[in-house]
Design a protein around this ligand. Structure first.
Ligand code: PAJ
Length: 280
């Protein structure tokens, strides 16, 4: 496995590769990230993982500075997963001049996380566009853990004609249900013990809809209240259509329930569950 820090060297290394599969990350890798590398092997003969903590997608005063940077451990995990190339640029390499050219995300990015993190998806689609142009992969793998991100990136690729196949990997969880996340490391031991409550809340919504409940607002609000009472500061619990992330109508059956909430003042967690059911 080669670890490459510059665009010029990466281009030299990838020149002539017939099928490149890219896994973009911000590092501090866990089994969720590694599952995407495993998937990438099915979609390319050269698997590239990028590691770059992208300042553009963090809010001022957010966790950019304390986001964990663990390049050595990350490379060991990627090597064990059979990754061929790691692209780990520094900020000067990715943003040699102030990034004035920004990609404007679609309307679907203004809701849910976009509503609570203004500018976040603009930062994501801008850096992902740059990575796509630098690596020129045939396929790129993203995790459903960041469900809205996958949706926005699919829209990016369609509307800007990137010609890259986007593959979405399932969410990998700890045994107690908590979705793996680099941000779980911010949790105290007590907070970590309570963190699966978010997943449990989403599961209750799924169960209620599967059992025939159709008052989506009421279901969302009940779980937001339950989480608030358990000490969370809730951004949203929301039922949406899988296809377009719009609120579902009574006949829609391919749904996703998404949630985002703060555990303590330092840690914002997100999760979601996709589900489909038959209308009797
Ligand atoms: P990061 O949070 O490092 O995540 C990198 C990829 O891993 C994303 O596609 C994310 O959805 C996926 N991932 C995270 N946790 C996962 C889990 N538990 N199971 C499966 N996949 C998981 O997402 C980003 O970085 C950035 O926004 C990025 C796309 C790299 C642009 O900067």
């Amino acid at each position: 496995m080669e670890v490459i820090h510059t665009v010029a060297e990466l281009r030299r290394r990838l020149n002539g590769e017939p099928a490149i599969a890219l896994v973009p990350t911000m590092g501090n890798l866990h089994d969720g990230h590694i599952s995407l590398v495993d998937i990438a092997h099915d979609h390319g003969t050269c698997v590239v993982a990028s590691i770059f903590v992208n300042r553009l997608q963090f809010a001022a005063g957010g966790d950019f500075d304390r986001y964990p940077r663990t390049l050595e451990e990350d490379c060991a995990k990627l090597e064990a997963a059979g990754c061929h190339v790691v692209f780990a640029p520094d900020e000067k390499e990715m943003y040699p001049v102030p990034q004035e050219m920004l990609v404007t995300p679609p309307k679907s990015a203004d809701q849910l996380c976009g509503d609570f993190r203004p500018g976040h998806f603009q930062g994501v689609v801008t850096v992902v566009s740059k990575l796509f142009n630098i690596v020129q992969p045939h396929a790129a793998v993203f995790g459903k853990k960041d469900y809205q991100q996958v949706h926005v990136i699919r829209t990016l690729v369609k509307q800007l004609n990137f010609g890259i196949e986007i593959i979405a990997g399932e969410t990998i969880r700890d045994p107690d249900g908590l979705a793996m996340s680099s941000r779980n490391g911010y949790l105290t031991r007590e907070e970590r013990a309570q963190a699966p409550q978010l997943y449990h809340a989403l599961r209750r919504v799924r169960k209620a809809v599967e059992a025939g409940a159709r008052d989506h607002r009421k279901l969302e609000e009940a779980e937001m209240t339950a989480l608030s009472q358990a000490g969370w500061k809730v951004d949203y619990v929301a039922l949406r259509n899988q296809s377009d992330l719009a609120p579902p109508g009574p006949r829609d059956t391919d749904l996703v329930v998404l949630g985002a909430a703060w555990m303590g003042s330092k840690t914002r967690l997100i999760d979601n569950i996709e589900f489909s059911f038959y209308v009797k």
